[in-house]
Design a protein around this ligand. Structure first.
Ligand code: ZN
Length: 748
């Protein structure tokens, strides 16, 4: 945090040794291409395009030997000179030598990589090093330094003896140097360790088929090879981060995206110069926060960034360590137990719930009715009976028949079936609803032959009843549950269900499914595939809860945001509405696809995953020694045929390659008799800080971005960046003041 004040000054001034480069270059006279006469004094100076501060440096790629840029014309600024160059442009690393090393694994946590490197150095006697890859977001462990690939190969058995499978890599070495070759064939050395490049005439910059705002910087890293860096305005950077972290199609709630924008802005400011020796502040992968450049931008996430411009989360006046995670599995965890080097009071575990309930009061059940458990077909019949009896004094089979025709939008024809036997019901329905012609046109010999294979529950039906039954089956009348078995008589409720099914199938009544957003006055807002719709909470609506495949009718329904719901409408009138109990219960994150998971991994595969942490050919035991208050496994003893290692925190997740630390584990046997481990878990991510899926759930239920942030980061304040100017009469700038005053930002 100490470096924040310095970095802040750096960002504001946009030009100091450790911070990003100047926002614009006044542009001395253009550097002349090799071999051409010097520029005349009256030739206009070429200015490097202005990119407004604050600027961030984002590492896009590491260790290239050459970078080619295809455009027609480029403005290059290096060594204090700015020049216009014809494309295509190439930057070439001019390291004097290359180094051959052995790579022994790559790790997301630098601490793990360093500890594995030190351990392997001790075991092999080879000199260790750790190299970060911007594109992979991993710290590679490398050992030794060999004159040739053959010599490196000869040393591989040392690694194998230490229980690690390694491979040979070539690294640049020698004095950092860079040369530029332009489209006219001119090649010139670049003074200094970097060159800034922007397309001339408003073209876009692209790297590896992604477009970026700002400009590109080619940076010679300490190994003498090239890193590609995107230098970009902080807010423009966030426009490429928020949609990559929380896709606006899936997370279509502005307040959740605003919370993500504030967290991402805070994270960026808290991690300035995170990879300073590599020439950048942040990488573009999940190791830092995902940045996908211009192509990812979306109007909704742009709005989230714009409406929170300059806003950050602070603790005691400084930007917080704004960690976030996809799906926390019902509760977040104290950061110390996951990342032992970090500690912050606002990164303590909180529950990811509980959703507030809204009650939908619908049609009253008759006094004394015991709520039955209905099949899907019976529920359809139940609704038809209730609608029919509310419109008529009594509910007879004839009344049901008439009501079904009204709902289907057809003139009643024929009469109800004389009995409940399938041979009576199906032909009557087919004829009544005018589907006899459909049978003649659409039901083919092939269809009948197909249905006649054993077992054939319709075998006992007369030919006309059978054809009627197959026609209705073919039309998928009955919905997902299908028609009742044709081998037995129906109940009155099932007959009603069949009639209601025809009304639904002929689209007289529409069925819509979605997720409940929240109550809005006298309506419930439901997110459907076709957008958000409003469902009036009328007291005439038939309600039910669907549990384990059975419908439980009720006169009122408690609902929470994110509940899966389905409703029927005829015109503007809502007929029925039911909810399905969400597997993830009352958590804010119930819509996440990561609320539960199972992984089954062989003991041999697990031993490979341990990499340099512990040698062995198979894992024999996994013992969870300690769990955090959320239930996360935070200390685990893992035993192989070669020994035991104790892993802690996030490294357990990395070593076992699991979605989350919130898991239980059992040892089992595979089909081939080999040992396997079965992991049953919840959540996805590291489980610390803001839960992205939970933030979405909170926003669905009407919470603001500030409420969301203060829930997941308890005790924080919202501040502004850059700091608001001091009010008149405030202490002079020379007096000590916090880097970022915790003042409420204007206008939000
Ligand atoms: Zn959560």
């Amino acid at each position: 945090m100490r470096r924040f004040a310095a970095a802040l000054a750096c960002l504001a001034a946009a030009g100091c040794a450790t911070g990003p480069a100047a926002s614009s270059r006044p542009g001395p006279a253009g550097e002349s291409p090799k071999g051409s006469p010097p520029a005349s004094p009256d030739r206009p100076a070429i200015a490097f395009p202005t990119v407004s501060a604050p600027l961030l440096r984002i590492g896009l790629a590491s260790d290239l030997s050459e970078l080619s840029l295809p455009g027609a014309s480029w403005i290059v600024s290096a060594g204090g000179k700015t020049s216009l160059r014809p494309g295509p442009l190439a930057f070439v690393a001019r390291g004097t030598a290359s180094l051959v090393r052995l790579q022994a694994g790559a790790y997301t946590e630098e601490a793990t990589a360093r500890s594995v490197a030190a351990d392997l150095a001790k075991k092999t006697g080879l000199a260790p090093s750790v190299v970060f890859s911007a594109e992979k977001g991993l710290f590679a462990v490398r050992l030794g330094s060999f004159p040739s690939a053959a010599a490196a190969k000869d040393a591989l058995p040392k690694l194998t003896a230490a229980g690690v499978a390694g491979f040979v890599v070539t690294e640049a070495s020698g004095a950092p140097a860079i040369a530029m070759r332009d489209g006219a064939g001119n090649e010139s050395p670049i003074a200094g360790s970097s060159a800034d490049v922007a397309p001339a005439a408003g073209e876009e910059i692209a790297f590896q088929s992604r477009r970026y705002r700002g400009f590109l910087r080619v940076f010679v890293n300490p190994r003498g090879s090239l890193n590609v860096v995107n230098v970009v305005n902080l807010e423009d950077y966030l426009r490429g981060v928020v949609p990559a972290e929380m896709g606006p199609k899936r997370f279509d709630e502005l307040e959740a995206l605003k919370a993500q924008a504030i967290a991402a802005r805070t994270y960026a400011l808290d991690n300035l110069n995170g990879f300073g020796a590599e020439g950048y502040d942040l990488c573009a992968t999940p190791k830092c926060q995902v940045y996908a450049g211009r192509d990812a931008e979306d109007p909704l996430t742009d709005a989230a960034v714009e409406q929170t411009r300059g806003r950050i989360a602070t603790w005691q006046g400084k930007p917080i360590h704004a960690l976030f995670t996809s799906t926390c599995g019902g509760a977040t965890e104290d950061v110390r137990l996951i990342f032992s080097s970090m500690g912050a009071p606002y990164l303590s575990g909180v529950e990811c719930g509980e959703q507030e309930k809204s009650v939908f009061d619908g049609a009253r059940l008759p006094r004394g009715t015991r709520a039955p458990a209905l099949s899907s077909l019976e529920w359809r019949g139940w609704v038809l009976q209730r609608i029919s009896s509310s419109r008529r004094s009594r509910s007879s089979r004839g009344a049901l028949w008439a009501e079904a025709f009204r709902l289907a939008g057809l003139e009643p024809r024929g009469g109800p079936p004389a009995s409940l036997s399938p041979s009576s019901v199906y032909p009557a329905v087919l004829a009544g609803f005018g589907l006899t012609a459909n049978r003649d046109v659409h039901l083919t010999r092939l269809d009948l032959d197909y249905a006649a294979g054993p077992p054939d529950p319709a075998a006992g039906l007369p030919a006309d009843a059978r054809a009627a039954y197959e026609t209705l089956s073919r039309m998928k009348v009955g919905g997902d549950a299908g028609l009742p078995p044709p081998s037995r008589a129906m109940s009155e409720l099932e007959l009603g269900g069949l009639l209601m099914s025809v009304a639904l199938r002929l689209a007289g009544v529409s069925e819509t499914s979605g997720h409940l957003v929240r109550r809005d006055g006298g309506s419930f807002v439901v997110k459907t595939a076709g957008g958000r719709v409003s469902v009036a909470a009328e007291t005439s609506v038939e309600l039910a809860r669907l549990l384990d495949g059975r419908f439980y009718p009720s006169s009122s329904l408690a609902l929470t945001s994110g509940d899966p719901v389905t409703f029927w409408k005829r015109g503007g009138a809502v007929l029925a509405f039911w909810s399905i109990s969400a597997a993830a219960g009352a958590t804010f994150e119930k819509e996440s696809t990561w609320t539960e998971w199972v992984r089954r991994v062989s003991a041999r595969e697990l031993a490979l995953r341990l990499g340099g942490r512990l040698s062995g050919s198979e894992v024999r035991a996994i013992e969870i020694k300690r769990r955090g208050r959320s239930g996360r496994a935070v200390e685990a003893a893992i035993t192989t045929d070669r020994g035991t290692v104790t892993l802690t925190g996030f490294d357990i997740r990395q070593a076992l390659e699991l979605p989350e630390l919130l898991f239980t584990v059992e040892k089992g046997v595979g089909p081939d008799g080999a040992a396997e481990f079965i992991f049953v878990g919840r959540g996805w991510g590291h489980g610390v800080g803001l839960c992205q899926n939970g933030a979405y759930g909170m926003a669905l239920s009407g919470k603001t971005s500030e409420e969301i942030l203060k829930h997941y980061y308890p005790g924080i304040e919202l501040g502004s960046f850059p700091p608001a100017p001091p009010p008149p009469g405030a202490p002079s700038p020379s007096s000590p003041a916090p880097a970022v005053p915790a003042v409420p930002p204007p206008g939000l």
